[in-house]
Design a binder for this molecule. Structure first.
Ligand code: CP
Length: 305
């Protein structure tokens, strides 16, 4: 049976194995070990929205594993002229070995997966960002040596990245605190699902509007942009609402001395994070970005036969 990665929940049974295998793969790549497991395999990559990291990391991952990737933009495809997602999935299933899809709507990723006989990987939609989250937990494990029992504080918008991070926190037994301004918390479904998973792994999921209690004693502080792609019309309102949630030196002084700062990038410096924090010795944002490459490789190896 094919394996789609639409949600972190599609890695429910083996999420930490993705993380550990990603770290192992990174080490063997850096040691010069050749891996041609994607020989003659092709990844189709449909991007409805802009991307630097997701596009480049998947394309490079395919090249380094001996395969090939094709970038597809709806504005250059028949999908952008009315061909259905279902027909696109059926056609591409006969030509390539897997599809990566960055979409505005989660339902469209589900629709593509339902109509494709090949694996579909969610490259970010309005609800989740599962491939980012494998790289994030790889980075935390590399820096902290473990995941269970850590306190992860997410400060900012209750968005797709936050939803996926929160689901995964439960899976690895980390405590997860999310602090957002009132009205910008994560959807109830994700909180409920994450709490149910976390309970089984003896960890906690806490949602608050008080960033101080989230960040107090944290091992990890994570933030993301306040205005996601597709929300540009809300920029003024959101920037005003989020002003006191900026990750700055005053805020991070509440965390553990050896806390790490994370951001999935791109960062809007001076808004959700200051230069002082983003460029501090505690910041791991570029290691986190590099880990996208190794995370994508392990995801591709696990879904493509
Ligand atoms: N973090 C992330 O998904 O980056 P891109 O939008 O550049 O792909």
């Amino acid at each position: 049976m094919k394996r789609d990665i639409i949600s972190v929940l599609d890695m429910k049974s083996d999420f930490e194995k993705f993380v550990d295998d990603g770290i192992k793969l990174k080490k063997s790549f850096k040691a010069g070990v050749k891996d041609s497991s994607m020989d003659r395999k092709t990844l189709g990559m449909i991007f409805e929205k802009a991307s630097t990291r997701t596009r480049v990391s998947f394309e490079t991952a395919m090249t380094q594993l001996g395969g090939h990737a094709i970038y597809l933009s709806p504005k250059d495809m028949q999908m952008g002229r009315g061909e259905t997602i279902a027909d696109t999935g059926r056609v591409l299933s006969g030509m390539v070995d897997a599809l990566l899809y960055r979409a505005f709507e989660h339902e469209n990723v589900v629709e593509l997966a339902k109509n494709s006989s090949i694996p579909v990987i969610n490259g970010l939609d309005n609800l989740e960002h599962p491939t980012q989250i494998v790289a994030d937990y790889m980075t935390i494990k590399e820096k902290k040596g473990k995941l269970k029992g850590l306190k992860i504080a997410y400060v900012g918008d209750g968005n797709n990245t936050a939803n996926s991070l929160m689901l995964a926190a439960g899976l690895v037994g980390a405590d997860f605190w999310i602090a957002t301004p009132k009205g910008y918390g994560p959807p109830e479904y994700f909180v409920k699902e994450s709490r149910s998973i976390a309970k089984r792994h003896r960890s906690e999921i806490e949602v608050t509007n008080n960033y101080r209690e989230a960040v107090a004693g944290a091992d990890v502080i994570y933030t993301d942009v306040w205005v996601s792609m597709g929300e540009e019309q809300d920029r003024e309102k959101k920037e005003k609402a989020f002003r006191s949630f900026q990750v700055n030196e005053r805020m991070v002084s509440l965390a553990k001395k050896d806390y790490i700062f994370m951001h999935c990038l791109p960062a809007h410096r001076g808004l959700e994070v200051t230069d002082e924090v983003a460029d501090s010795k505690n910041s791991v944002i570029f290691q986190e970005a590099e880990n996208r490459l190794h995370a994508e490789k392990i995801i591709l190896k696990k879904v493509i036969d």
